[in-house]
Design a binder for this molecule. Structure first.
Ligand code: GS8
Length: 220
């Protein structure tokens, strides 16, 4: 029997993008179900009763939640094509460390930078810049975070490329001038169809931040 794969998703979620890229890398056909996060579907509430968040992968009726867990699951189930995590235990651990760093630093401080009032932005912006500097050092002269091939860390990080314009605009710095290696890495990743077809447009993300900032009273 063919696999039935459904993704509960939201078009501008970087976490959803991770799963879209992973499934595209593996060449898996799936149904992408767009959720309205302001009015969540009964299916989402049933499949992720703990966090009630997207993304959720439903594989033959069974849910898997949390984007990094889902990507690891996809890599284990469809292991024949395009391995994403390294097979060596030490390199696997390193890859998981960097994915965790992206969630704890780039996502967290990136979000806070884009969602702060002018007078409160300095602290998260400082942390974001520091984390981008660490990332710039880690990519260094390598084509991808794991070395020669696109893999788990790239896939975990590249969805935040859709936030780069928002980072620069709210944070008043230049990604290209301040982080040239990271910018070149992102452009390299975008040459892959699995990535370019999965990412939202930076301007649309910026406009969505504008909408959220109004909704939460950050902007008039
Ligand atoms: C984060 C998912 C998440 O924040 C993961 O999958 O890696 N750690 C999780 N999902 C958001 C949409 S993206 O910003 C979400 O579903 N939010 C709905 C809500 O909070 O009610």
């Amino acid at each position: 029997m063919a696999d039935e794969v459904v993704l509960l998703d939201f078009w501008l979620s970087p976490f959803g993008m991770r799963i879209r890229i992973a499934l595209a890398e593996k060449g898996i056909k799936y149904e992408d179900k767009e959720e309205n996060l302001e009015d969540k579907s009964p299916l989402l509430l049933k499949m992720n009763p703990v966090h009630k968040k997207i993304p959720v992968l439903i594989h033959n009726g069974k849910p898997i939640c949390e984007s990094l867990v889902i990507v690891q699951y996809i890599d284990e189930v469809w292991k024949e094509t395009s391995p994403l995590l390294p097979s060596d235990p030490y390199h696997r651990a390193q890859a998981k460390f960097w994915a965790d760093f992206i969630d704890k630093k780039i996502f967290d401080y990136g979000w806070k930078t884009c969602m702060s009032k002018e007078e409160e932005i300095e602290a998260p912006k400082k942390e974001l810049i520091e984390s981008l500097k660490v990332s710039e050092g880690e990519i260094g002269e390598k084509p991808y975070f794991g070395g020669e091939k696109f893999g788990y860390v790239d896939l975990s990080f590249i969805p935040f490329y859709t936030w780069f314009y928002s980072f620069e605009t709210f944070g008043k710095f230049s990604m290209e001038a301040d982080f040239p290696k990271l910018t070149a890495w992102a452009e390299r990743c975008l040459q892959k169809e699995s990535v370019s077809n999965s990412l939202a447009d930076q301007q649309k993300v910026y406009h969505f931040y504008g909408h959220l900032r109004k909704k939460y009273g950050i902007d008039e």
